[in-house]
Write a protein that binds this ligand. Structure first.
Ligand code: NAP
Length: 292
């Protein structure tokens, strides 16, 4: 497979590492904003060739491209497709890795249609708290879920959809198929709202106004705090973009969470210890539905 990756950071860099390590027949070219990133991506064998400008990638390589994966921050996905689609042939399939889908899939499909190219949205659900090419790692995607959004015109897009599905399967992902809207509601519940909730937990600890208590809490914080604060301590730009581009679904989840928290506060205020234990027994049971 000949793959182009635009945006050589954690996700783009990790994808290139796996593609080149797993199959000697794969060829990966990359584009990133910063020349130093391009050099580093080549040095760690995440790409065969990389540049800040697609004009530097030889035509014979561009002509053989099967799939271009846009791995830039969410706000740059559509402008990037607009910039590079005219430079690629009509057989090319575009996909992306953005953590939101409804705001991307329809406009991206329209841009690609102008050049007779196909767009299929993706969201590989894998990440770490780090960013940039030096955070790229092998096997990041292994055994993790990946959403691929089929186009409404399923028949015309069948081949493109299957190619994108096999790209993600080739790096070990379990592929799920759903509409962009269903994706955005589901990830708001289990990924986007938790970032805001986890960040708010850290912010609320910082509101302690007695210095000695705050210092003590910081010294005593251990694995429980590490687990509950992890996603709130991730890439701030990514958190902002998730909220900005998935506003209605994230608000829906946060309002539901607010109601649940308010109800639980009520149980504690009213000393309803039996009810509180039942609530926690239910959440102990239900957590497994998400993680098993
Ligand atoms: P990242 O580590 O910051 O990587 C993005 C890279 O894109 C940057 O290193 C930057 O490299 C490059 N870039 C920025 N603007 C660009 C532009 N206009 N053109 C070309 N390259 C550009 O971020 P990431 O975590 O990989 O996230 C990338 C995408 O993956 C986002 O759309 C995000 O929604 C999605 N995603 C993230 C996660 C996660 O947990 N991190 C999980 C799933 C999906 P230089 O400026 O150094 O060249």
């Amino acid at each position: 497979m000949n793959v182009g990756i635009v945006g050589l950071g954690l996700i783009g860099g990790s994808l290139g590492l796996d593609l080149l390590a797993l199959d000697a027949n794969n060829y990966v070219w990359g584009i990133s904003r910063n020349p130093e990133t391009c050099k580093q991506a080549q040095a760690i064998a995440s790409v065969n060739i990389a540049s800040t400008n697609i004009a530097d990638i030889p035509d014979r390589i561009l002509d053989q491209t099967d799939i271009v994966v846009i791995c830039t921050p969410i706000a740059a996905i559509l402008p990037t497709i607009i910039a590079i689609a005219p430079k690629l042939g009509s057989n090319v399939i575009f996909t992306d890795v953005g953590s939101v889908k409804a705001a991307i899939v329809e406009p991206a499909s329209k841009i690609c249609q102008q050049y007779n190219q196909r767009f299929v949205g993706s969201h590989p659900m894998a990440g770490t708290a780090f960013q940039g090419i030096l955070a790229a790692e092998r096997n990041l995607f292994h055994n993790r879920p990946c959403v691929v959004t089929p186009n409404v015109d399923r028949e015309a897009f069948e081949q493109a959809f299957e190619k994108v599905r096999s790209l993600w399967q080739s790096v070990g992902m379990n592929v799920y198929e759903c509409s962009p809207e269903a994706h955005d509601r589901a990830v708001a519940m289990i990924s986007h709202a938790p970032v805001i909730i986890s960040a708010s937990l850290v912010a609320s600890c910082q509101q302690e106004d007695e210095d000695s208590i705050l210092k003590l809490a910081q010294n005593l914080a251990s694995s429980g705090f590490r687990d509950t604060s992890r996603v709130g301590g991730g890439n701030p730009e990514l958190g902002r973009l998730m909220a900005e581009y998935n506003q209605s679904a994230i608000l829906r989840s946060l309002y539901t969470y607010q109601q649940s928290l308010q109800k639980t506060i009520g149980l504690i205020e009213q000393k309803q210890w039996e009810e509180l234990e039942t609530f926690l027994a239910n959440t102990q049971r239900d957590r497994n539905f998400y993680l098993d």
